[in-house]
Design a binder for this molecule. Structure first.
Ligand SMILES: [Zn+2]
Length: 87
């Protein structure tokens, strides 16, 4: 993994907008590994053919994963202690 392999978290907006009715990139989340609190747009995103992996910009631990297959989107948010969305 190098610094040139990822996009910023704003690139997650398209896929996550299929699940959340609000803009998730401005949501704040707490990394379960290092405790960093920041907006999703500041995370580092690695896209692939089936989804994406979001990593904490401080410790590089995985904070969220999304996989799209057979018309279904699977979200794994276990890398976040919490996610705070504007309502
Ligand atoms: Zn972290």
């Amino acid at each position: 993994m190098s610094d040139m392999d990822y996009l910023d978290g704003n690139a997650a907006a398209g896929l996550l907008s299929e699940v959340f009715a609000v803009d998730v990139t401005v949501a704040r989340g707490k990394c379960a590994h290092c405790g960093n609190v920041s907006v999703i747009a500041q995370a580092h995103l690695w896209p692939d053919d089936h989804g994406m992996v979001l990593r904490c910009r401080i410790c590089s631990d995985v904070i969220a994963m999304a996989t799209e297959r057979d018309g279904k989107l699977c979200l794994d948010l276990r890398g976040l202690d919490w996610l705070e969305l504007e309502v």
